[in-house]
Design a protein around this ligand. Structure first.
Ligand SMILES: Cc1cc2nc3c(=O)[nH]c(=O)nc-3n(C[C@H](O)[C@H](O)[C@H](O)COP(=O)(O)OP(=O)(O)OC[C@H]3O[C@@H](n4cnc5c(N)ncnc54)[C@H](O)[C@@H]3O)c2cc1C
Length: 577
């Protein structure tokens, strides 16, 4: 079998893996990244590109007040019994440093979301903004021909293939028919997109997760780090109790990659592993009752190889994954896309009901909290599903899920069954399969107080996070308006997630631990392969990518500082990376 020797083998080319690879290379180590899929970027490339980093340098520069102690208090509250003080402290100490390191030494750049509130802003230590940063848009032309290997975003969250940045940029799209400035801005983006399509056959203005991965890949390639796609780690190689490399399946057959300093597992957790879903997701008794927008390669390989060399897996979090409602979008080619519902639920004039016609949660809360509410409201043994409900003016103003606002026509969404419509509330209930009497009573009850901008039943608009996602032009409550001007509409949502929380037990240096809590020498984990430090909760925007990059950075730093690997002589003869 061909054998290659390097210092650091990184498994997976998402944010966790690439952060580890770039840091290790800048620390003087030889690095190889292996990626099972033909494209790099994983779920990170599909993501919003937000990182939650309390006390990040951008917030400090903007004069926003925060301290590690406050962030710690917040995480202690959020993770409760699963709070791991050592790992949280490592995250809080290294997160801001990681951001500065990347911005100083690489093509990775971020922008602050000053008003992007923590998801539980009334909890102790929470902040109404400043902890979330997002990757700055990136010109895909800088990747040259490598752009072909970049995993594109989910088609359902683009506008006809064009990527839309999630902060101010998205607001311009909502306001395109109401503000000249927004119309001009959107016109400029569309013209640029048309030019990119003509010249490159795809959008070259990368935003969100595509910008994050574009920037990380650019940094890796500039440093000469090979990213070997279509190369999946099959097994780890262990010698004398130490992980010294891995066997990797490639199109030319298996190869051995020997890693003097160690292996970083960053294969993206197990969102596409049906057996683990079956074991850990209570709502998915066969593993199939769940709809993951993560890429197909995220099948839990990292957890599997780690377990086989004795790693402990954390499975007892109250939530094993970062839940999010998704709707199923029929595509022209007969396949089904998934649309994750991040912001529409908070708009004034939108509520959610179960098939029994009842509301069950403050819909403007986070996707994770929305789903927990729905799990509780769903009778045992029945499918978990709900409907987002709105009326005509609201639908045309904000869209709903995959349905775009005016002037995009509604007919395609009605034609393929994605959007259900009824002239009256009762008609809508019958069209969507919702219990009509209860539904009618629910909407009328909601409207009675919504006319005053109040939602005493569930408190829409009661937190800074709710209001951040609402419409500031709607007074007095940016998240509340009645649903009373027909026709009425519904979109069905089902359980999905943004990645898994359960994962490999690790310490504060990102080292993988065995069942006794002892580090397995030479083995590290970052990103969703590592058990989340959030303990199964979802405290804020970017709580998976922030720790993913930070623990990738920590793992690489630990490898640099601990040259305890076998000497070159002990390793098989092979080509250096
Ligand atoms: C629509 C959407 C929006 C999101 N927005 C955000 C956000 O804004 N902020 C945030 O924090 N989180 C967000 N998330 C979640 C976030 O994308 C993931 O938690 C994160 O990308 C995980 O990063 P990772 O590095 O662990 O894995 P990934 O980015 O998934 O990378 C793992 C890679 O490993 C590869 N791999 C798997 N097995 C092997 C193997 N055997 N050998 C080699 N390679 C292998 C996979 O193919 C994959 O490319 C979002 C998720 C979605 C779906």
């Amino acid at each position: 079998m061909t054998a290659i020797v390097t210092d650091t083998l990184v498994v997976g080319s998402g944010a966790g893996g690439l952060a580890a690879a770039v840091t290790a290379r800048l620390g003087g180590l030889d690095v190889i990244v292996v990626e099972k899929e033909a494209q790099f970027g994983g779920a990170s490339a599909r993501s919003g590109g937000w990182l939650w980093i309390p006390c990040n340098p951008h917030a400090r520069a903007a004069g926003m007040e925060d301290t590690p102690a406050e962030a710690r208090r917040y995480l202690q509250h959020e993770a409760a019994n699963h709070f791991d003080g050592d790992r949280v402290d490592a995250f809080l100490a290294n997160g801001p440093e990681m951001v500065s390191f990347f911005e100083k030494n690489t093509a990775v750049k971020f922008v602050l979301g000053p008003a992007f509130s923590d998801y539980h802003p009334n909890a102790p230590g929470a902040k109404p903004g400043g902890r979330s940063i997002v990757a700055e848009p990136f010109d895909g032309r800088e990747l040259g021909p490598e752009i072909k290997r970049l995993r594109p975003p989910l088609p359902e969250i683009t506008f006809l293939g064009m990527m839309i940045g999630s902060g101010k940029e998205l607001l311009h799209f909502f306001n395109v028919t109401r503000s000249l400035k927004s119309a001009g801005y959107v016109g400029m983006l569309l013209a640029r997109y048309a030019r990119d399509l003509a010249l490159h056959g795809r959008a070259m203005r990368l935003t969100n997760g595509n910008a994050l991965i574009g920037r990380l890949v650019k940094s890796a390639l500039d440093l000469g780090i090979p990213i070997r796609t279509s190369s999946g780690l099959r097994e780890l190689i262990v010698r004398d109790g130490r992980v010294v490399g891995g066997i990797v399946d490639t199109s030319d057959g298996p190869i051995e990659i020997h890693a003097r300093r160690g292996v970083v597992l960053a294969a993206g957790g197990f969102p596409r592993n049906v057996e683990r879903r079956k074991a850990l997701y209570p709502h998915a008794p066969t593993g199939q009752e769940h709809f993951s927008p993560a890429p197909p390669g995220n099948t839990g390989d990292g957890l599997g190889v780690a377990e086989r060399v004795g790693a402990a897996i954390v499975t007892d979090y109250p939530n094993p994954a970062a839940w999010a409602p998704v709707s199923r979008v029929p595509r022209r080619d007969g396949s089904t896309g998934l649309f994750p519902h991040f912001i529409d639920r908070a708009k004034p004039g939108v509520i959610a009901v179960t098939p029994a016609g009842e509301r069950f949660v403050n819909e403007a809360n986070s996707y994770h909290d929305f789903m927990q509410g729905l799990f509780k409201a769903t009778p045992k043994g029945t499918d978990v599903r709900a409907f987002l409900i709105t009326d005509h003016p609201t639908l045309r103003r904000y869209g709903l899920g995959f349905v775009k606002p005016f002037p995009v026509p509604l007919s395609p969404y009605l034609g393929n069954g994605y959007l259900k419509k009824g002239r009256t509330l009762r008609d809508l209930a019958l069209a969507a399969g919702i219990a009509p009497e209860a539904f009618d009573a629910t909407v009328r009850g909601y409207n009675d107080t919504a006319r005053r901008g109040e939602d005493p039943a569930f408190g829409r608009g009661s937190t800074a996070y709710n209001r951040y996602l609402g419409d500031p032009d709607v007074k007095p409550n940016p998240c509340v308006a009645p649903i009373e001007t027909g026709p009425f509409y519904a979109v069905e949502v089902v359980p999905g997630e943004l990645g898994t929380f359960a994962g490999i037990r690790c310490d504060a240096h990102a080292r993988v631990l065995d069942a006794t809590g002892t580090p397995i020498a030479g083995l590290y984990a970052a990103g969703n392969d590592a058990a989340s430090i959030m303990g199964g909760n979802y405290p804020g925007g970017g709580i998976t990518l922030g720790p993913a990059m930070t623990f990738g950075y920590i793992a690489a730093r630990h490898m640099e500082q601990n040259p305890v690997a076998p000497s070159d002589e002990e390793l098989p003869q092979g080509t250096r990376a």
